[in-house]
Write a protein that binds this ligand. Structure first.
Ligand SMILES: Nc1ncnc2c1ncn2[C@@H]1O[C@H](COP(=O)(O)OP(=O)(O)O)[C@@H](O)[C@H]1O
Ligand SMILES: [Mg+2]
Length: 224
């Protein structure tokens, strides 16, 4: 693969717990191509979230190579990692993590302001995304006034707002009922494909995984 958006080589992570070392990741190798949507499949406890945390550059304690958009994360200081994250990555978590005191629209506007997008343009983009997710009647609602499915849709819009090269999604529909989960995932995939972002999506659901471009399985700390 010539220029992957993410390249992991020999990624390892272990945790100490009560004097015992648990090796969660034991040498993960993975490349994701630009625009490719990869499902990271594995049962609960297999290390999916740990792996996404590594790629998200939010935590230390990893060994091995993590490259995002051609940059080796280990060679960067914390300010440069923050910049890399801001410019290239979008995140969706299982729980929405929206800012409670801001409306749906504002939650999608804010990350764009961090990239110096003009407010009017940011609002237009936020409105379009939320409309595409069926939320045009919810723009001024705060997160607590939204259903679980609506909250996750806003979280999706926020993650995509800056058209990141790579979207990291950790069981993005894991808290939703089956029908809503299928729907929100479908909308997510359509938007991601439409804007040409790549995505790495953790799930334990085979059926959801099968809707992505490629499925990789995390088993005993490695990708099979
Ligand atoms: N901060 C931590 N301290 C100790 N153990 C952890 C920590 N984070 C994760 N683990 C352990 O690592 C394993 C994988 O966790 P996780 O990455 O959350 O799996 P998944 O997302 O696939 O359910 C689990 O056994 C979990 O208990
Ligand atoms: Mg997890």
């Amino acid at each position: 693969m010539s220029n992957p958006v993410v390249r992991l080589a020999g990624l390892a992570r272990s945790f100490e717990q009560g004097g015992v070392t648990i090796e969660v990741l034991r040498g993960v190798d993975l490349e994701v191509a630009p625009g490719e949507i990869v499902a990271l499949l594995g049962p609960s406890g297999s290390g999916k979230s740990t792996m996404l945390q590594a790629v998200g550059l939010l935590e230390g304690g990893f060994s091995g190579t993590i490259e995002i958009a051609g940059q080796d994360a280990s060679s960067l200081g914390s300010a440069e990692r923050t910049t890399l994250r801001r410019d290239h990555l979008g995140f969706v978590y299982q729980f929405h993590h929206l800012l409670p005191d801001f409306t749906a629209l504002e939650n999608v506007v804010l990350p764009q302001l961090l990239l110096d997008v003009k407010r009017a343009d940011a609002e237009e983009r936020a409105r379009q995304l939320l409309e595409a997710l069926g939320l045009s009647h919810r723009l001024s609602h705060r997160p607590s006034k939204l259903s679980g499915g609506e909250q996750q849709r806003v979280a999706v819009a926020r993650a995509l707002a800056n058209k990141p090269q790579l979207v990291l999604a950790d069981e993005p529909t894991g808290n939703l009922d089956e029908k809503t989960s299928e729907r929100v995932l479908g909308e997510f995939l359509e938007l991601v494909r439409g804007q040409g972002s790549a995505a790495l999506v953790a799930t334990h659901n085979e059926r959801l995984a099968a809707r992505m471009d490629r499925v990789v399985r995390l088993h005993e700390g490695r990708i099979e």
